[in-house]
Design a protein around this ligand. Structure first.
Ligand code: G6P
Length: 365
């Protein structure tokens, strides 16, 4: 029985469940302090796999983008990420050396299912990452990993996304060790950080009041842009999607470096730009981007780490997350992005849990 447990909306309840969801998700695939995905998974012949393709839709696609980033960085594997609805028409380079991963909260999205069927025909090993036990995608896949996020009622996905990202992160570490791309010391360090993660998510959610105030300021915006670099660009896409899904504010996410190739023409006094800037190597470039936006009168809400005071100096509003390993920052950054979309929809008086024209699970192509 779905119950809001005292929260005004399922979305807010599900946002608050994220610390526990991450804990549970990690615990499910740990054995003797090591990552263990189970007997079936161990049967995958990784010696024959030389490439990975990740296929998904919507928010799950964004989790796939994060996953690909982790896999490339931590495991040195060639990874492509495809939107499921495009996959069949893209003449995919798939064969028996491919591990094809399908991410789907519901396990019922038809585009994702059809992409899985094609991958099987082409000889790939198929791995489903899903939240719903016994779902069609879980039954069709060679191997299944479950995100263990519990039922997600709000159409806009929050906790399922975070669980998908955490699982992709574990998978990348698993592959990193297998491929000898990360050392045992690095692995242990990552595992220590991830073990404490739920507390850090709790802290990130404490910004709630401040974000609610920001939502009041932006609720009448008609357009907004989300920018970031590297992994922040991927999380910017998810923040933008959340905003457009439930507030109907037109919003677009772009790589910050692309700003000067078009989008900057649209920045005028008051234009909302949400800047995600958590990556050490890119922080100076992000500060330059903020200055460019400010020079044209844009209104900048920045999400950054608590030690990057240079961002605070240039942005209109700054939301901080804890100073954490760059690679793990997205698991914290997504919290304020979800809350910003949520409170903006609340301030606009919209039906947060059931936005117009959207379905929780799309079973048509
Ligand atoms: C719909 C939902 C989204 C979801 C997408 C993919 O569009 O509204 O929240 O991300 O489908 O769903 P899946 O169940 O495959 O993750």
């Amino acid at each position: 029985q779905a119950n809001k447990k005292g929260y005004p909306h399922f979305m807010l309840k599900e946002i608050h469940e994220q610390p526990e969801v991450v804990n549970k998700g990690i615990a499910r695939y740990m054995k003797d302090s090591q990552i263990y995905f189970g007997e079936e998974f161990e049967k995958i012949d990784f010696s024959k796999i030389d490439n990975i393709v990740i296929v998904a839709c919507g928010t799950a696609y964004h989790a796939g983008l994060q996953g690909a980033y982790f896999l490339k960085k931590l495991a040195g594997i060639k990874v492509d990420v495809e939107v499921a609805s495009e996959f069949r028409y893209s003449d995919p380079f798939i064969n028996e050396k491919t591990l094809a991963i399908f991410i789907s909260q519901s396990g019922e999205t038809l585009d994702t299912l059809m992409a899985m069927k094609l991958s099987k025909e082409l000889g790939a090993t198929t791995l489903a990452i899903t939240n719903v036990l016994g779902s069609t995608i879980s039954r069709e896949a060679d191997i299944v990993l479950y995100t263990m996020a519990g039922p997600e009622i709000s159409v806009a996905s929050t906790k399922a996304y975070t669980a998908q990202v955490a699982l992709m992160y574990m998978f990348a570490m698993y592959m990193g060790i297998k491929n000898k791309k990360i050392s045992i010391e690095e692995y242990n360090e990552y595992m220590r950080t991830i073990a404490e993660f739920s507390d850090r998510i709790e802290v990130a959610l404490e910004n709630k009041e401040k974000i609610h105030e920001l939502a009041k300021k932006i609720k009448d915006c008609r357009n907004g842009f989300y920018i970031g670099r590297g992994i922040d660009e991927k999380i910017a896409r998810e923040g933008s999607l959340k905003m457009k899904e439930i507030t109907y504010i037109h919003s677009e996410a772009i790589a910050a470096g692309e700003l000067k190739h078009g989008t900057i023409a649209l920045i005028e006094p008051g234009t909302l730009v949400v800047v995600v800037a958590t990556q050490k190597d890119m922080i100076e470039k992000m500060v330059s981007n903020i200055k460019e936006i400010k020079a044209r009168g844009g209104y900048v809400i920045a999400i950054t780490k608590e030690n990057y005071s240079q961002v605070l100096e240039v942005a209109d509003e700054t939301i901080f997350i804890e100073d954490i390993n760059d690679m793990l920052a997205p698991l914290l950054t997504v919290m304020p992005l979800q809350l910003l979309a949520y409170y903006t929809a609340v301030e606009k008086g919209l039906d947060v849990d059931k936005p117009r024209n959207l379905a929780k699970s799309v079973t048509v192509e």
